[in-house]
Design a protein around this ligand. Structure first.
Ligand SMILES: [Zn+2]
Length: 137
């Protein structure tokens, strides 16, 4: 029935599909931006990633341990955000060291992106509905 109405060009159905499809597509494009940024950063980095400590630059060692390169003068944000980072790590360690990786993946790769995607999609969908309703006023 829906397909037949859509093929016939039912304007109400086409408008209803726009309320869901366009926000979904925009949400997918917005979600792809951090992934593309990560790919660009990794592809254009002058050094290959390493977990080894380097005295001249930050490596992944700095993320796993505290960064020895940061000072309050060259990176005040590091010192402001470090307590939040430490609290997050402690929260992820609540399940023990054995479950840390699972909780990390679940939180950062499933829960947070899912929540942000759902909120973005909802806001875009509601904005589309509001615009549509304003046309009828
Ligand atoms: Zn560092």
């Amino acid at each position: 029935m829906r397909e037949r109405l859509a093929k016939q060009g039912n304007p109400l159905l086409i408008a209803a599909q726009r309320h869901y499809v366009k926000p979904f597509l925009i949400t997918c494009l917005l979600a792809a931006l951090p992934l593309l940024f990560g790919l660009w950063v990794n592809a254009s980095a002058p050094h290959t990633p390493t977990h080894a400590y380097s005295p001249t630059r930050c490596t992944r060692y700095c993320a796993a341990h505290s960064c020895r390169h940061a000072t309050r003068a060259n990176s005040p944000a590091y010192f402001r955000l470090r307590p939040l980072y430490t609290a997050t790590i402690r929260g992820l360690m609540l399940g023990g060291r054995a479950r840390y990786a699972d909780l990390n993946v679940a939180f950062y790769l499933v829960l947070m992106p899912g929540l942000l995607g759902w909120l973005t999609y909802g806001a875009l969908r509601d904005a589309s509905r509001i615009r549509q309703l304003k046309k009828h006023l």
